[in-house]
Design a protein around this ligand. Structure first.
Ligand code: NCD
Length: 310
């Protein structure tokens, strides 16, 4: 078994395996129940739609039983700490924990106490490894390689998604650029070639435009007209013209319509947003298998899938 806490921790070989396995599962008509008789606990201390439901459906598709811990109706309301909550749930003998929490590094902290895998489903502003993995699956599926120009646009400073995605793309020699309003982009970032406030500069030779939501729930100070701020860098049919014709739009969701992305572009032909959601299901199946040790790294090498350009 292995914990899946951050991208740093995953080898290139493991990431390649997850991509291949996810695409293999996506192509299968009937999926084998590799997690039969396992119990998976989902504990989301922060809101979620895509991540939680896709983890639950992924585990159930592989034959596991899933129980969802709901913080609002739990003993957290009586003052129990999150660590005591996790230890209590662990005493009930689950086979894996999928955890989203506001506190940076909390899943790593919990993993020290548990003998079963902890999968980080997003911790504060730190990491969101399974989002980066499903994004890699989507990019690889579209282009056949990850060695591309990727422009990440929006509120980068508060985004765990940008952090995990950049880490992953760096492992595969992609070129990453950041673009956002001042205060929302770092002054420098390991492995990022260009950090700019100029959308054209960021996307003119991008293969992937990766838009991000302004994370209002995480801001340290208040801004007037914050939405207007981001509208200046909105991805819409006009600004998409600054990018090459083959460039695709991605977004982890949830998006703010007509703030960082416009109505007419969210579900357009150039948008991969719903494909990301679909790939999230298969990527999380692969992640659960890897974490729970039911599949070995060789299991997909022998199949038809080739990744010649990875
Ligand atoms: C992201 C998250 O929660 O980190 N969403 C997701 O998991 N698809 C991004 C966000 O909330 O903006």
């Amino acid at each position: 078994m292995r914990h899946i806490l951050d991208i740093k921790d995953l080898s290139k070989e493991e990431i390649e395996w997850i991509i291949k396995r996810a695409l293999q599962l996506k192509a299968q008509k009937k999926i084998q129940k590799t997690l039969d008789e396992k119990y998976v606990l989902t504990a989301f201390f922060e809101p979620s739609t895509r991540t939680k439901i896709s983890f639950q459906k992924a585990a159930m598709t592989l034959g596991a039983a899933v129980i969802d811990f709901t913080p609002e109706s739990s003993s957290l309301q009586k003052g129990e700490t999150d660590l005591d909550t996790i230890l209590t749930l662990d005493a009930m003998e689950f086979d894996a924990f999928v955890i989203r929490i506001r506190r940076n590094n909390a899943p790593a902290e919990f993993s020290k106490y548990l003998k079963v895998p902890v999968i980080n489903a997003g911790d504060g502003t730190n990491e969101h490894p399974t989002q980066a993995l499903l994004d890699a699956v989507t990019i690889y599926e579209s282009f056949g390689t990850l060695k591309l120009n990727v422009a990440v646009v929006g509120d980068i400073n508060h985004s765990r998604v940008a952090r995990s995605l950049t880490e992953l793309l760096n492992k595969f020699d992609a070129t990453v650029r950041f673009c956002g309003p001042k205060d929302f982009v770092p002054t420098n970032f390991d492995g990022v070639e260009l950090i700019t406030n100029d959308l054209k500069e960021a996307i003119e030779d991008a293969d992937v435009i990766y838009a991000l939501r302004v994370q209002k729930e995480r801001l340290e100070k208040s801004y007037e007209n914050i939405d207007e701020f981001f509208t200046k860098m909105q991805i819409n049919s006009n600004t998409m013209k600054m990018a090459p014709r083959h460039a695709v739009l991605m977004h982890p969701g949830p998006f703010n319509r007509n703030i960082e992305v416009s109505d007419e572009i969210v579900y357009s032909e150039r948008s991969k947003i719903l494909e990301q959601v679909k790939n999230g299901l298969y990527s999380r199946m692969a992640v659960l298998e890897l974490a729970m040790g039911v599949s070995n790294l060789e299991s997909v090498q022998s199949r038809q899938l080739t990744m010649a350009r990875l």
